[in-house]
Design a binder for this molecule. Sequence first.
Ligand SMILES: [Zn+2]
Length: 113
Amino acid sequence: MTNLPNCPKCNSEYTYEMGLLLVCPECAHEWSQTEAEHIMEDVSVKDSNGTTLSDGDSITIIKDLKVKGSSSALKQGTNIKNIRLVDGDHNIECKVDGFGILKLKSEFVKKIG
Ligand SMILES: [Zn+2]
């Protein structure tokens, strides 16, 4: 059994590896394996309902959240406009009245609208 993909040109299954290339012996097509195996990583950020979030979306907080460096908590039901998606554990950045710029986890929010 081989895991090599079929030839993208003639669909031959007799492809073989030559260095970083894949070669088809039937039509002599050569292509890059890294290209063939390039997988689109799913980097989408989803809210608590599994809805994909985008920059500029409005969200609501679904549970009270402690805010680092603040004595008050971010209350459930707080609406936040114009979020920005960022990399990391806390994947949403947003500006909240009374708190300033906060980073939130998408699992604790719900998209509005
Ligand atoms: Zn071929």
